[in-house]
Design a protein around this ligand. Structure first.
Ligand code: DGL
Length: 292
């Protein structure tokens, strides 16, 4: 068995990288849905269908768990798939499989509280509000998942989202660094204007943005703490696997990289981030690889 990591494109490699560091012996299959990237401007129903298809491909490759590294997929589709599709799919498959997302670990990191924490409605006036800025795709921002989930748990933390419509596509297509720096600076300035001041902390709420995390660091006021999703996700997965031995992560240390788009090497920006050449195989149709 193995662990699947899903993203609309190469952004999820930022999460995959930390998972591999944390679980060097586990077997990993990464799937980039590059035929359909970017997801961030798509209608919700399309994101749900594409995410389901991605999970099916990874389970057909023998994964026991799929980590939806993609914020857009996790924010828009995960709950729907867990409620309406996964229970029946699991029964048909006849083995334990599950889909985990990136939102839960991010909320835990942002609030400092476990996901299951029940918020107490405090009557006392909140003295100081910690303002967290979230940079994300338009679909993630429209879901308001970070605002809603933080608000359930912490009255003294306020979330402001900044949708960045073109940034994931620019990273996916290896846009020049100056263009990326200008786009990032524009989004940081727009967020500051919306809040009326600088955020106290920031979340890079799209996997692609980790690849240009240094540009966010330059555009944000010096020293602004940034919550990094890859680290938070690796920690959360370690806790999950310890509590759920039924999900076998494998122990062969294998790494496979699949794409629904054009197989072969990835763009320079991504390879620089990864630190080595990356060759992607063509993702085969589910029926051709079914290992159940
Ligand atoms: N990398 C994805 C995310 O974390 C989405 C980028 C896109 O496809 O628009 O949201």
């Amino acid at each position: 068995m193995s662990i699947g990591v899903f993203d609309s494109g190469v952004g999820g490699l930022s999460v995959h990288h930390k998972l591999v560091e944390r679980f060097p012996k586990a077997d990993f299959v990464y799937l980039a849905d590059q035929a359909n990237t970017p997801y961030g401007g798509r209608p919700g129903e399309e994101i749900v269908e594409l995410t389901k298809a991605g999970c099916e491909r990874l389970f057909a490759e023998g994964c026991s768990l799929v980590v939806l590294a993609c914020n857009t997929a996790a924010s828009v589709a995960l709950r729907r798939l867990q409620q309406t599709w996964l229970p029946g799919y699991r029964r048909r498959l006849g083995r334990p499989v599950n889909v985990l997302g990136i939102v839960v670990p991010t909320i835990e990191a942002a609030t400092g509280l476990p996901w299951a924490h029940e918020a107490e409605r405090l009557d006392d006036k909140v003295e100081k509000v910690d303002v967290v800025g979230v940079f994300s795709t338009p679909a993630t921002a429209a879901s308001r998942v970070y605002e809603i989930e933080v608000d359930k748990r912490r009255q003294d933390v306020a979330v402001f989202s900044e949708p960045c419509p073109d940034l994931a596509r620019m990273i996916e297509t290896n846009a020049p660094r100056e263009a990326l720096a200008a786009a990032v600076a524009g989004h940081v300035a727009a967020l500051k204007k919306r809040i009326g001041r600088n955020p106290d902390r920031a979340i890079l709420g799209c996997t692609h943005y980790e690849i240009v995390a240094d540009l966010f660091g330059q555009a944000l006021p010096p020293g602004t703490p940034v919550i990094h999703q890859p680290e938070a996700t690796a920690e959360a997965l370690a806790r999950y696997l310890a509590q759920h031995p039924e999900y076998d992560p494998g122990d062969g240390g294998s790494r496979r990289f699949l794409t629904t788009g054009t197989p072969g090497p990835q763009n320079g920006l991504v390879e620089t981030f990864w630190g080595a050449p990356l060759l992607f195989e063509a993702a085969q149709p589910v029926a051709a690889v079914q290992k159940i």
